[in-house]
Design a protein. Structure first.
Length: 308
């Protein structure tokens, strides 16, 4: 399947190169993200872009390449200057290291394959990609979000247990976005213990994800971790980076400096444990059990006059 998709993309790229004018030709040096690029570097980057990127992202970088109509999700519109998976606060421009990581690693569950772009070509390719969006002419990359040491290393079970409570009780990940993976009584207990709030009701479809508006012109469904692939990688370190940074252009906020570092890592360990269930009979059984819970009644509120 993966080889067949790659063949389609490469054939579309070959068709592009045989006809059409191709991406615009740089005619002047540019300063992009605070870094100067000569005409020669941009021309070289254009050639590299045509080889690796044009068939999907198109001549203008608008995601309308020859292969794009058959791809889901659609290729990124690079002209917007909005990027999902940088290791910077969501909404900020990514660093060159982010470009390298995504180009060489690809995005799981999409047509964005891992491309082995030689080091001698990578800088110029990144420069040309930046030239496709006007944001890079006036803005610079955000400050990299640096991971702290994982405090749960060697005691991952404790991290997962804490992450379960943070996910459902403190960060409230299932309130309006992701599915819940715990019973309603447990969610009430976690919320009370970590926030002192008395949870009185749940949204409909608590065990399903909620489509959210995005800056890309369409709604995006947050992943169900026991079902969907994680685009930016599914190691604990990858998950930490995504949670800490947030996802640009979407409802997923930056959690760095919002939650304590130990809780960010705990969330990463818990999400990783859900990812390990993906596609298994255990995941299906867990979901059926949660959906089939008996009717839930909010616990009585404390009597304000009980101590009088």
């Amino acid at each position: 399947m993966k080889r067949a998709l790659l063949a389609v993309v490469l054939l579309a790229g070959a068709a592009c190169r045989r006809g059409g004018e191709g991406p615009r030709v740089p005619t002047e040096p540019l300063t992009l993200g605070g870094k100067a690029f000569s005409v020669e570097a941009l021309l070289h980057g254009r050639d590299v872009y045509v080889h690796y990127c044009r068939s999907c992202h198109g001549d203008e970088g608008d995601g309308k390449g020859a292969a794009a109509p058959g791809l889901q999700p659609a290729p990124r519109n690079l002209t917007l200057g909005i990027y999902k998976f940088g290791a910077v606060a969501a909404g900020q421009l990514p660093t060159d290291a982010d470009f390298v990581r995504i180009i060489r690693g690809g995005l799981h569950g999409t047509a964005m394959q891992a491309w082995d772009v030689p080091p001698a070509e990578m800088d110029d390719l990144i420069g040309f990609v930046k030239s496709l969006s006007p944001r890079w002419k006036t803005e610079t990359a955000g400050d990299p979000i640096v991971a702290s040491p994982d405090p749960w290393a060697g005691r991952e079970a404790d991290g997962r247990a804490r992450g379960t409570r943070v996910y459902h009780g403190l960060a409230q990940c299932a309130v309006a976005c992701h599915p819940a993976y715990a019973t309603k009584p447990d969610i009430v207990a976690y919320t009370k213990a970590l926030t002192q709030m008395d949870l009185r009701q749940f949204r409909d479809g608590l065990y399903d994800a909620v489509p959210k508006d995005s800056d890309y012109g369409f709604q995006i469904v947050p992943p169900d971790f026991t079902f969907n692939q994680l685009r930016a990688g599914d190691t604990v370190e990858d998950i930490y980076r995504t949670i800490a940074s947030g996802i640009g252009g979407t409802a997923m906020p930056t959690w760095k400096n919002v939650l304590p570092e130990a809780d960010l890592w705990a969330l990463a360990h818990y999400v990783r444990s859900l990812v390990e269930l993906r596609g298994t009979p255990e995941a299906i059984a867990q979901r059926k059990k949660l959906i089939a819970q008996e009717g839930w009644t909010p616990p009585p509120l404390p009597d304000a006059g009980a101590g009088d």
